[in-house]
Design a protein around this ligand. Structure first.
Ligand SMILES: O=C(O)C(=O)C[C@]1(C(=O)O)C=C[C@@H](O)C=C1
Length: 251
């Protein structure tokens, strides 16, 4: 139903996705860095070249593709090459987005940011041997971050429909900077960052039945990592998706 997409409803959706991302951060922070998980030379899986995390993600995406996951326009695979088609009956997902949306997938940038920037902030250094479990938490966190960032397609479509007269000239002129400026709401970004840090503090708390200790015990992870993730990567990449989407919007 196309009527469900309004600026208020897509923002509500983004707010709900914060919870998923923060729980994903908490789950990954439970494990130490476990660097073997990411080491191309460590795994030595017959018939597969790459790291253990790539092995888990590629194969999980294969199964989920067959089960229909990527027929939903909100989902974008990390390894789209040679992904099998869905084997299940199709569901009539909303055709709200412009068809150009399908060609936007910035998971390569998300993957790079995750390994190079986020993991070193999130995981304490160490090795406990739980590489498969670590890769499973990486996968669900990566999927949550990717879904949030690519949801920029829906945000951009709503903004375009609300003010085509403002967007069209900038799209025709391929004016990325102008588009970026028009789609930016600085005060909304500020609110998002503050709420994310607050949620991370609350969700990361140890819950105790002894009310004296409530909130005083060690947090499950550093809540500023969540706000940093949003400020430096999630919000900027969501905006990049919006610009990419808008540039294709009138083709
Ligand atoms: O809420 C919006 O309007 C969005 O485009 C989402 C978002 C975000 O990523 O949180 C991105 C750009 C805006 O400046 C504000 C917030």
């Amino acid at each position: 139903d196309e009527n469900v997409y309004t600026l208020a409803s897509v923002r509500e959706n983004l707010i709900r996705q914060e919870d998923t991302i923060i729980y994903g951060l908490i789950e990954r922070a439970k494990f130490p860095s476990n660097s073997h998980t990411y080491d191309d030379k460590y795994a030595q899986i017959p018939g597969f070249s790459g790291s253990l995390v790539e092995f888990v993600i590629k194969n999980t995406e294969d199964v989920q593709a067959k089960a229909g996951r990527y027929t939903n326009p909100e989902e974008n695979p990390f390894f789209p090459e040679k992904l099998p088609p869905s084997s299940v009956p199709s569901y009539p997902f909303s055709q709200f987005l412009h068809p150009g949306a399908a060609s936007i997938n910035i998971n390569k940038s998300i993957w790079k940011m995750y390994l190079q920037d986020l993991l070193p902030l999130l995981a304490n250094s160490g090795d406990d041997g739980n590489y498969a479990q670590t890769a499973a938490t990486d996968l669900s966190l990566l999927q949550a971050i990717s879904r949030r960032i690519h949801y920029g397609k829906f945000v951009a479509e709503v903004k375009f429909r609300d003010a085509p007269q403002d967007y069209e000239p900038l799209i025709r002129a391929k004016d990325r900077e102008g588009l970026m400026k028009l789609l930016t709401f600085t005060s909304v970004e500020e609110t998002v960052r503050k709420r994310v840090e607050k949620k991370a503090t609350v969700f990361g708390q140890e819950v105790s039945l002894d009310s004296d200790n409530d909130g005083k015990e060690k947090s499950k992870f550093d809540p500023t990592v969540a706000s940093r993730l949003y400020k430096d990567w999630v919000i900027p990449l969501t905006k990049e998706v919006q610009v990419e989407y808008l540039l294709r919007r009138i083709d």
